[in-house]
Write a protein that binds this ligand. Structure first.
Ligand SMILES: NC(=O)c1ccc[n+]([C@@H]2O[C@H](COP(=O)([O-])OP(=O)(O)OC[C@H]3O[C@@H](n4cnc5c(N)ncnc54)[C@H](O)[C@@H]3O)[C@@H](O)[C@H]2O)c1
Length: 332
């Protein structure tokens, strides 16, 4: 799909939402040679001002002003999840490409609305499934798909990142906001599970906060593999073999592992900001969005259809945790 990238020859990008994750998106846009940061709109104008003071561009006074700006080719939707769908729909209707943070939507019907709107507009609407875009995971998928690991027996994805009580409260359910990463990762690497069971508990570190802050999901895959998805806000891992964010895939003839432990430094701006494995995922994600999707007309690595499947898994995990039983997933 050829793009109108304005007089600069670069894809003009604006953000709706200028909070925590916007900082990582702004760094990633700055690192992408084919993109230009135009500015941001935030319901709290001070936040857009602070972000644009750091990264250039300017604050917009309203969503309407942002969507009416011809210099904006693409919009990153970076508000809390409740605001994603309305903003993404408005952006698509205005002819903009959209990158929408995870979880794309809380209801399947809303993901389908986005699929139809993107199709009608002839624009990309890419879920912010950032973890997948690092080269190590793309290589893992290529090895799995080529059969180099043999039949896959087991998958682990572990996430142990301390989030204080305020952050636990801000994000609400760990299943919805974090395990969605596990779900789209599993779908990308191994496909759809047949059954799953889930346990979810509040964090031991955040007394009085009722939201789930620690969860374990076990999935039986259609070919008999078992996938183990673990997420916790209760602790980081300070041991000599840290399981911060870690992937492992084992087949009968080989295996792949990938971890964010390879480089860690002190950065207090946000959880995991001091882990290049995390920060770089945004750089690769934004480069894919701009170069492959907006300019190249190609598909994201993980599409809205995958976001729909990930939401089905999340809902199944919630049902399993609530009723203490294994849930069978019925795929169309
Ligand atoms: N992919 C990742 O690794 C990752 C990491 C963190 C957050 N996220 C996702 O990013 C999104 C934002 O999270 P965050 O931590 O940056 O939240 P945040 O609260 O720090 O920032 C959200 C911002 O959106 C603004 N906002 C709210 N409603 C708005 C609206 N209707 N129009 C314009 N601005 C609005 C708020 O004022 C706030 O500044 C969430 O969906 C979250 O799940 C993704």
């Amino acid at each position: 799909m050829a793009e109108r990238s304005g007089s600069t020859g670069r894809v003009g990008i604006a953000f709706v939402g200028a909070g925590l994750v916007a900082e990582l998106h702004a760094r990633a846009v700055g690192a992408c040679g084919r993109a230009r940061f135009v500015g941001a709109y935030d319901a709290d104008p001070g936040r857009a001002k602070a972000l644009t003071a750091r990264h250039g561009g300017h604050g917009f006074r309203s969503l309407k002003e942002l969507l009416g700006d011809a210099a904006v080719d693409a919009v990153h939707v970076l508000t809390p999840p409740e605001g994603h769908v309305a903003t993404a729909l408005a952006a698509l209707r205005a002819g903009k490409h959209v990158l929408v943070e995870k979880p794309v939507a809380h209801r399947a019907a809303d993901v389908r609305r986005l699929m139809r709107a993107a199709e009608r507009a002839g624009r990309t609407c890419m879920p912010g499934h950032n973890y997948l875009y690092v080269p190590a995971l793309r290589r893992a998928k290529a090895l799995i798909d080529a059969g180099r690991l043999g039949p896959i027996a087991a998958f682990w994805m572990l996430y142990n990142l301390f989030h204080d009580a305020d952050l636990v409260r801000k994000y609400g359910s760990i299943i919805r906001v974090v395990c969605v990463h596990h779900c789209y990762s599993l779908l990308y690497l191994l496909g759809r599970p047949e059954r799953l069971s889930c346990m979810a508990v509040p964090g031991v570190h955040a007394p009085g906060v009722p939201d789930a802050a620690q969860t374990a999901i076990t999935c039986l895959m259609q070919d008999g593999a078992i996938a183990n998805l673990w997420a916790s806000f209760a602790s980081a891992d300070p041991t000599n073999d840290p399981w911060l964010v870690q992937y492992k895939v084992l087949g009968t003839r080989g295996g792949v592992s990938y971890s964010w432990n390879d480089a860690v430094y002190q950065d207090d701006e946000g959880p995991a900001f001091g882990m290049p494995g995390y920060v770089d995922a945004f750089v690769y994600e934004v480069a894919w969005f701009v170069e492959q999707c907006v300019l190249g007309g190609k598909q994201p690595l993980s599409t809205l259809a995958d976001a729909l499947d990930a939401l089905r898994m999340v809902e199944a995990a919630e049902r399993s945790a609530a009723h203490g039983r294994t849930v069978t997933l019925r795929w169309e």
